[in-house]
Design a protein around this ligand. Sequence first.
Ligand SMILES: *Cc1c(COP(=O)(O)O)cnc(C)c1O
Length: 229
Amino acid sequence: MKTMSQSPANGTLATRYAALQQALARAPRPSGAAVPQLVGASKTQPEALLREAIALGMRAFGENRVQEAQEKWPPLREAHPGLALHLIGPLQSNKAREAVALFDVIQTIDRVKIAEAVANEAARAGKTPRLLVQVNIGEEPQKSGVLPAELPGLLAACEGFGLSISGLMCVPPADHNRAPYFALMQRLAGRYGMAELSMGMSSDYLTAVRFGATMVRVGTALFGERDAA
Ligand SMILES: *Cc1c(COP(=O)(O)O)cnc(C)c1O
């Protein structure tokens, strides 16, 4: 099959959104898998563009920073109760309370201390956010995420805190062929019985879908280029 263009981004938000939905629906995926969910990675994007995206029917958005999300999203959520807000950037334990209050999905549980803080805050607030564990699938020193070898220990710790983990998330190494990393994620999800697999961004989402991504996090190809995040 000829590779479809996965690159950013011309046209309007409406045409890009329609093209992405179509590409996702058509992308080869494991047999029996549903069409992956599109999570709009909306860091640094202005509120006007987010309103436009919501008006087009987008309902799931990912933010990287708790504070930025706190500034942007409360009024939008008030006006649109059906939105799902995902935290896709690193979480510090001193922000766990705010994160639990604001996000429906936290994709970046990556160490025991964070799991414990989220468990405490979720219990305190009586909330049950959906939780994913971020895996440092390329074992890159500078990257967030639990190392694959330490995943079973972290999952056991989460269970000990009463946290239910529904999936795995990764950001693979930038300058490599992504397929082997996505394949490894797929195997880890299978091994640990994880229903959700959050992987794939603007440049590689079709590859991620091929390896069983259940949600893709797309920024540039949807919203256009952003100022440095
Ligand atoms: C910014 C970001 C994305 C989206 O990246 P694009 O290349 O703009 O699609 C996805 N996931 C995470 C964790 C991000 O920080």
